[in-house]
Design a binder for this molecule. Structure first.
Ligand SMILES: Cc1ncc(COP(=O)(O)O)c(C=O)c1O
Length: 421
């Protein structure tokens, strides 16, 4: 195993995409990274006492936290800056494979939700494995181009839609004004746009309100009462629009697969209604949203297979191509945020361990009371952590490394994070 830094990319995306492998343009430099022989105990594993939980992060026999067998402390002692995100590349592969295996026997597309983690290297790795992409902005689109993309979101801009039209990306329609913009984009690009209707199925995902999107009072998707209006509008514009499917996304951190099943039942009924009007639609997109076990208390959470199996028969019964858009369940558990202890203090009644990491690097717990590991290493930090990191308090965005399964040491390290403010 070896560790290399994963290129953090900063906007504008096109430039970084174009030049990400160009050493001189991106201050690329090589560094030697070797496991240290020091045996301090700062990063002793405090989680994973529960033997049911097995994945890339595990506790070694002598009590150290390891990522794919490599001591996290050794990594910390050999990288320049802390805190940092540490991923397991093999775990990303395994997570993708779990979806791939679960989808066997179905026509399907896995569209990785780039919002969960927009690291270019991670995306390239997923793309090599055969993953598509689901995106919500022009820059995510530029990042993902050529991967087979689906453009989501309720605030897409005309210029972003023009790019999507030019590139032949599938676009989810979210509202009346969104449809107007899509029509304008098709005319500007001189290309027909392939559409999926994002229908709000009004299914309660039973998650924190901030991450619920599939219930009636959410701002996402079209109201099902308006379905006929949208179908008529699409029918009237055959030169600009081609309806190819229906989409829903219920929310995130969902831990019960019946919720997906309930939505899929509603969605195939809509698809029946749409087909009955002569539309030849092939795609059912059930969004993302599968939760992961942040608590590690031994609870058995649904796997990708459980999710797919719960909708399999419905999909086959209508001869549909199933699109799924996982973010969190593909990437969250592949990573932890590694922090260094700055000091220990007390306010008289409570003792504090002060670390160099903060809500600037990882905001989920402060933003919506998310529980995410404990101690000096914050686990399950692959999704919605680095992609929501900020420069709050004028802190630098943290570097990202991954442990790879192949290749020699030393590895190249990209150093651009030091220049971003
Ligand atoms: C439309 C859509 N698809 C997919 C996702 C990914 O969800 P998750 O990371 O929970 O799988 C999101 C996240 O909010 C989304 O809005």
């Amino acid at each position: 195993m070896f560790v290399s830094q994963i290129l953090p990319h900063y906007l504008p995306i096109p430039k970084s995409l174009k030049h990400h492998s160009n050493a001189s343009q991106n201050s690329f430099f090589l560094t030697t990274f070797k496991p240290s022989s020091r045996t301090t105990v700062k990063l002793r594993a405090i989680l994973f006492e529960n033997s049911l939980f097995k994945h890339c992060f595990s506790k070694s026999e002598d009590g150290y936290l390891c990522c794919e067998g490599l001591r996290v402390e050794d990594v910390m002692n050999n990288v320049e800056k802390s805190p940092f995100y540490l991923y397991s590349k093999p775990q990303i592969t395994r997570n993708f494979q779990a979806y791939r295996d679960a989808l066997e026997g179905l026509d399907s597309i896995i569209g990785y939700a780039i919002k969960a983690n927009n690291n270019l290297k991670i995306f390239e790795h997923l793309r090599k494995l055969g993953c598509g992409a689901v995106l919500v902005s022009g820059n995510e689109l530029r990042l993902a181009l050529h991967a087979g993309c689906i453009f989501n979101g309720n605030g897409k801009l005309l210029e972003e839609l023009v790019l999507a039209a030019q590139e032949g990306v599938f676009v989810n329609v979210d509202s009346e004004f969104d449809l107007d913009n899509i029509v304008s984009a098709a005319r500007i690009a001189g290309k027909k746009v392939n559409l999926l209707l994002r229908i709000n199925p009004d299914v309660d995902p039973q998650v924190h309100p901030y991450v619920a999107t599939g219930n009636k009072n959410s701002k996402f998707g079209i109201r099902n009462e308006k379905l006929q209006w949208f179908l008529d509008a699409v029918k009237a514009l055959p030169n600009e629009l081609k309806l190819v499917g229906a989409h829903c996304h219920l929310g995130s951190t969902i831990t019960k697969v019946d919720i997906f099943r309930d939505a899929a039942v509603l969605m195939v009924n809509y698809i029946d209604q749409i087909r009955a009007q002569g539309f030849k639609i092939d795609y059912l997109n059930i969004g993302g949203g599968l939760g992961i076990d942040y608590y590690h208390t031994g609870a058995v959470l649904p796997s990708p297979r459980d999710l797919i199996d719960t909708v399999r028969e419905l999909v086959l019964s209508r001869d549909l191509n199933l699109i799924i858009e996982p973010g969190r369940s593909l990437i969250a558990n592949t990573c932890c945020l590694v922090n260094r202890v700055t000091g220990v203090k007390t306010n008289g009644t409570k003792n504090f361990i002060v670390i160099d990491g903060s809500m600037a690097e990882l905001i989920r717990p402060s933003l919506y009371d998310a529980y995410q590991g404990a101690g000096l290493v914050v686990h399950d930090a692959g999704a919605y952590c680095m992609s929501m990191a900020s420069t709050y308090n004028l802190k630098m965005r943290p570097p990202e490394y991954w442990v790879e399964e192949d290749g020699p040491w030393p590895r190249s390290v990209m150093q651009r994070h030091l220049k971003t403010i």
